[in-house]
Structure formats: C-alpha cells, structure tokens
Design a protein around this ligand. Structure first.
Ligand SMILES: C[S@@+](CC[C@H](N)C(=O)[O-])C[C@H]1O[C@@H](n2cnc3c(N)ncnc32)[C@H](O)[C@@H]1O
Length: 310
C-alpha cells in the first residue's frame, strides 16, 4: 500500500474512532467482542439498518451512524430505558444521582419493577439502569456487591443520547418488527437469545420453538439479514438451506466468564448474502478499517455452509 493512502487510512481511522462508541450499559450476551466482525460484514447496499434483538446495542453503537436506524427489544423496561436515554438524559442522570449501591435498595427496586406498580417512565428507567449496573455480571437477578460509582455513567448516557437522536426505538416481538420494516434495502442484524440459554432473558418469554419461528420469518424476507448465534448442531441444521451462508468463529463469552474465565465460545454468523463480497465493498467505500486488518477479520472465520448465495 502506498504511503499516501496509508496516511489517508490512518486519518479516516482516527475520525472513525471518534464515531465508534461503546454502549452505555453491559448486557448478558452483549456483542462487544464480536462487533468488529459483525460491522465488517454489514452490506453497503442497504441503507435501512434494523437491530431486532437490541439488548445493550453494542453493534448499533459501533457502526457508522446511518440515516435510517431502528433499535428494538421486546423487554419493555429496556425499550423504556433507551427512550429515556434518547429523550431525557439529564432527567435520567438526576434521578440516578442519589441512588445507593446497597443490597437492600437493589432488592427493593427489583421487587418494585416486578410488581404491577405504575412508575413514571424516567423513574422506571433509572431503576432498571441501577439493576443492570449493580447486579452480578449484569444478570439482573442478584446483587453484585461491587464498588460502583454511578456518576461515572453520566457522560456515557449523554453521549448515547446524542447517538440515539435519530434512532427509532421499538418494543415489538421480532416477527412483527421484521414484517413491518422489511424492504429490499433493509439489513436486519439479529442477535437472538442463544439456543439453550433462552431463560437468561426476563420479561420476553423466548422459548425453544421461537428459534424455528425466527428462521421461518427470515426465509421470507425481501431484505438482507445477518444473524449471530451460538454454534450448535441444532442451529447449523436449521439454517443449512439454499441461499444461506454460515461462518464459524470464536470469541470470549461474557456468559461463560461467570463460570470459566478466558473460555472461548464458538459462534456462528449466518446471512442470506455473501458477507465477504458485500462486506469488502462496504469497507472500501466507508474506509471502515485498513485493508490488512479487514482481511485478518475475514480470515479468522471459516465458511461452513454456502449454497447459492446471491
Ligand atoms: C443476546 S441479547 C442481545 C444482545 C445485544 N446484541 C447486545 O450487544 O447487547 C438478546 C435480546 O433479545 C431480546 N428478546 C428476547 N425475545 C425477543 C423477542 N421475541 N423479540 C425481540 N427481542 C427479544 C432480549 O430481551 C435480549 O435483550
């Protein structure tokens, strides 16, 4: 590569470093470790980005902002939190300002959130954020008993609010969302609850049969999809179909870290388009990364199924 273009790449990279962001929250199954591999594979030909299983939104915050972006999660507390971060960041921080990192408060707030008690949206968002931040490994169920300075999150909330200004926030079941936003120029990024870890997520009732329901919904779309999953025989079999590409990879898992530090976790990236073709095009046009780095990311993945992919 010529010296001049290398300088241009590093200039663009430093600009992009400022655009790329971390999420303002951790979340079980969050894609922090896989986000480069995912963003690198988003097709340049689609200008409507829809994140179907939003969670902590690690991919949304990492990608270059676009004109049309949707964040969705079926968990109503999560969708409410995202709306309050976008529309009322200062009020949310004010509500969090005097929160106490204590087991008694944690358990009380958890009970209030579980009950049918009506709570104003901003207070509900503050309660839910406190539970995420102070629970063990962000699992929401038990108090983490770790030192935590809530005020340190305020700049993250402000930054996330700016990023979310033109993002549509939805709270729908995936099937309804997909049919509502499906167009030939839509890319759906999907990160569903993993096979056999469905019960990690409260308030959504995602069950074993929903993996098949999701697959059936995706096989009918006009747009494109990129799906991340745990690597297991059931999911490999479910998606080994015409017009589908499956790649395997590994990453450090934040779920497995709870029991086994450093454990690598095998994952699948499944798409209805050729991620290497469309991804390369996308990276060259947006100067997402330098070329050697992009090639490295692609080579770390092995294609295990590819049948008549357009
Ligand atoms: C693996 S997590 C997504 C993690 C996210 N990609 C991140 O980086 O943090 C899966 C998410 O799917 C949501 N979910 C579960 N069932 C759903 C459904 N039927 N429709 C939409 N979202 C659902 C859960 O609430 C959970 O936040």
């Amino acid at each position: 590569m010529q010296k001049k273009s290398k300088t241009a790449f590093s200039f663009c990279n430093s600009v992009l470093e400022r655009i790329r962001m971390n999420s303002f929250m951790s979340w079980v199954g969050g894609k922090k470790a896989l986000r480069d591999a995912i963003v690198t594979r988003l097709p340049n030909s689609c200008d409507r980005y829809v994140e179907v299983f939003g969670g902590g939104g690690w991919v949304l915050f990492h990608k270059t902002p676009g004109k049309f972006e949707v964040y969705n999660d079926f968990n109503p507390n999560l969708a409410n939190l995202y709306r309050c971060v976008r529309d009322h960041p200062d009020e949310l921080c004010e509500e969090l300002r005097y929160s106490l990192n204590s087991r008694t408060d944690f358990e009380h707030i958890r009970e209030v959130l579980k009950s049918k008690t009506a709570i104003p949206d901003i207070k509900r968002a503050a309660y839910f954020y406190q539970i995420i931040r102070e629970s063990y490994a962000s699992g929401l169920d038990s108090f983490g008993a770790q030192p935590h300075n809530m005020w340190r999150n305020f700049p993250l909330i402000t930054e996330a609010s700016r990023r979310l200004q033109s993002v549509v926030i939805e709270n729908k079941d995936f099937e309804k969302l997909i049919s509502q936003y499906d167009r030939p120029n839509t890319i759906f990024y999907l990160d569903p609850p993993y096979y056999e870890t469905e019960d990690y997520y409260e308030d959504v009732g995602f069950g074993r049969a929903d993996h098949e329901r999701l697959c059936n919904a995706l096989m009918k779309i006009k747009g494109k999809f990129l799906l991340s999953y745990n690597d297991c025989p059931e999911i490999r079999e479910l998606y080994s179909k015409e017009g589908i590409m499956i790649e395997s990879t590994t990453r450090i898992s934040n779920i497995a870290q709870r029991f086994d530090a450093g454990k690598q976790y095998p994952e699948l990236l499944i798409s209805n388009y050729d991620t290497h073709e469309e991804g390369i095009l996308s990276r060259q046009l947006t100067l997402f990364d330098d070329f050697e780095e992009s090639e490295k990311i692609l080579k770390e993945h092995k294609i295990i199924w590819k049948s008549n992919v357009k």
